[in-house]
Design a protein around this ligand. Structure first.
Ligand SMILES: [Fe+2]
Ligand SMILES: [Fe+2]
Length: 143
């Protein structure tokens, strides 16, 4: 399998921010974890994925929003609105986990979430690279 296919991390997705890039790679690894959990019908692992995502949407989105706020980035509002939508999706997954016995709906919701977040990484997060690179440039220029 090519390392440049849609389900894998590759260097074209790099923002240049160490933490953000590490967190994005973790998200791609989650695709594999989810496949294994579904194959093994491992509800413990499915739960662990949701717990992981509950933390992830706080820590990761905060890291990106902090970078954007520092430079008053013009795409902030759109980017933040997408993050809010992803947070809502995670809240909905938690609600399904706690209340619904229909696991197939939950697994479908997790898949949809990850697929959308991968698209977000490719199309929206990639603009963070411009911020990071221009900040690097500024630092390099300063005496
Ligand atoms: Fe991101
Ligand atoms: Fe983002």
């Amino acid at each position: 399998m090519s390392t440049h296919d849609a389900s894998h991390w590759n260097q074209n997705l790099e923002t240049g921010d160490f933490h953000v890039d590490l967190q994005h790679q973790e998200l791609f690894q989650l695709v594999t974890s989810l496949d294994i959990a579904i194959r093994d019908q491992d509800m413990g692992q499915i739960k662990a994925i949701i717990v992981f995502l509950e933390r992830y949407v706080i820590d990761h989105f905060d890291a990106e929003e902090t970078i954007m706020k520092k430079v008053s980035f013009d795409g902030y509002d759109y980017h933040k609105a997408e993050h809010d939508m992803f947070e809502d999706m995670v809240h909905e997954m938690r609600r399904m986990l706690d209340t619904s016995p229909a696991r197939t709906h939950l697994i479908f919701a997790i898949r949809k979430f990850i697929d959308r977040l991968v698209i977000h990484i490719r199309t929206v997060d990639i603009r963070i690279a411009d911020i990071v690179h221009s900040c690097d440039h500024d630092t390099a220029e300063s005496p």
